[in-house]
Design a binder for this molecule. Structure first.
Ligand SMILES: *[C@@H]1O[C@H](CO)[C@@H](O)[C@H](O)[C@H]1NC(C)=O
Ligand SMILES: *[C@@H]1O[C@H](CO)[C@@H](O)[C@H](O)[C@H]1NC(C)=O
Ligand SMILES: *[C@@H]1O[C@H](CO)[C@@H](O)[C@H](O)[C@H]1NC(C)=O
Ligand SMILES: *[C@@H]1O[C@H](CO)[C@@H](O)[C@H](O)[C@H]1NC(C)=O
Ligand SMILES: *[C@@H]1O[C@H](CO)[C@@H](O)[C@H](O)[C@H]1NC(C)=O
Ligand SMILES: *[C@@H]1O[C@H](CO)[C@@H](O)[C@H](O)[C@H]1NC(C)=O
Ligand SMILES: *[C@@H]1O[C@H](CO)[C@@H](O)[C@H](O)[C@H]1NC(C)=O
Length: 290
């Protein structure tokens, strides 16, 4: 009895459903006649067309206010940070005489210096003989770029020593300053009048031993020439080559963690922000095991 009631209820439901989908008496499809459906479809077509039109107009107006070559909002990155290559997450370089311990660092430097060979640089950049900012204010895009060839990195260039010094315990580390569009670093005249400088120290500086920088100033500090600034952004200056400073540690005391801190000396770059230890400086740990 219960099953029969159920059956009847179901049948009624399906009949109503069928009639709702197609009612032959009133010729209605899902409760509407053909002309009603046509009207409603036309209404929505027009409605969405107008809506997309308004959206496109807004987007167009917004895009008019944007300069393709320069970020519209810049609130954080005005003080450039430093980074090292090889790019290792832990910022810890530990190695010994065996190549298996340092091959990863050599690979990291190799990949950082891809495109820094003479041939590529001659294709992409110009040979900037001057010693000043390379301002290209004329509206000539794309902007030119100064060459930075790897031979400027001396014994850290990988040209003579493909292990970048790691094979004989005198490791090279590359330091780069992050790009900030239109940033003009200011010199400190006591150090150099044609470049900003880079210096690396350690908590216990004597144990870190002597070190050399490439390229370097006459006082032996790492040097980034002013001609690599300003940077006009990837779109305006696609051939820009980021300069590096290589520091080579020549006489590391073995088997201790050297807490190395490298910082940039420029009049307008902060290096002592306690909350952000990568502002104008970079710290890493270096250990040469016996
Ligand atoms: C280390 O050097 C040996 C001999 O020169 C070579 O066979 C081996 O492939 C090198 N290992 C790595 C990780 O490069
Ligand atoms: C950028 O480099 C390409 C070759 O990679 C070169 O053809 C082009 O002229 C360069 N552009 C500028 C502005 O120097
Ligand atoms: C800009 O370019 C024009 C010609 O294209 C040249 O006469 C002028 O000296 C340039 N200005 C600067 C600042 O380089
Ligand atoms: C590489 O070695 C050659 C000969 O020993 C030397 O003349 C040259 O200056 C060296 N190059 C670099 C970049 O150190
Ligand atoms: C920079 O220039 C000033 C003045 O021209 C000069 O006194 C100073 O010695 C120069 N500094 C360096 C490092 O050459
Ligand atoms: C660079 O570091 C050395 C220690 O290696 C220190 O004696 C020197 O004063 C530093 N120079 C600058 C400009 O900070
Ligand atoms: C290397 O450092 C040690 C002390 O750590 C020192 O006695 C030695 O003279 C240094 N060697 C060179 C070549 O500077």
């Amino acid at each position: 009895m219960a099953a029969l009631t159920m059956n009847r209820t179901w049948r009624k439901f399906f009949d109503e459903m069928k009639e709702f989908i197609w009612n032959p008496k009133t010729r209605e499809f899902m409760g509407r006649t053909g002309s009603s459906w046509a009207l409603i479809i036309i209404f929505y077509l027009v409605f969405y067309a107008v809506l997309s039109g308004i959206f496109a107009l807004c987007l167009f107006v917004m895009l008019q206010t944007i300069d393709e070559n320069y970020p519209k909002y810049e609130d954080r990155l005005l003080n450039p940070g430093l980074m090292i290559r090889p790019n290792i997450q832990s910022l810890q370089i530990t190695f010994n005489g065996q190549n298996s311990t340092w091959q990863q660092y050599v690979d990291g430097i190799d990949s950082a210096l891809q495109g820094y060979d003479q041939f590529t640089q001659q294709q992409r950049g110009i040979n900037c003989a001057f010693q000043d900012y390379f301002k290209q204010d004329n509206i000539t895009a794309p902007k030119q770029a100064c060459q930075f060839t790897r031979d400027l990195l001396g014994s850290c260039s990988g040209l003579n020593d493909t292990s970048y010094g790691y094979a004989n315990g005198m490791p090279c580390v590359l330091i780069k300053m992050n790009r900030v569009v239109s940033f003009i670093p200011r010199i400190i005249p006591g150090f150099s009048n044609t470049s900003i400088t880079i210096n690396c120290t350690a908590k216990n500086d004597n144990l870190l031993g002597s070190r050399v920088y490439f390229p370097s100033t006459s006082q032996g500090l790492g040097s980034i020439d002013l001609k690599y600034y300003p940077y006009y952004g990837n779109r305006a200056q696609p051939n820009y080559t980021q300069p590096f400073v290589a520091v080579q540690f020549l006489n590391l005391t073995q088997n201790i963690d050297h807490q190395v801190e490298c910082f940039v000396n420029a009049a307008n770059i902060i290096t002592n922000d306690d909350r952000d230890k990568f502002q104008g400086r970079v710290c890493f740990t270096l250990q040469y095991k016996s």
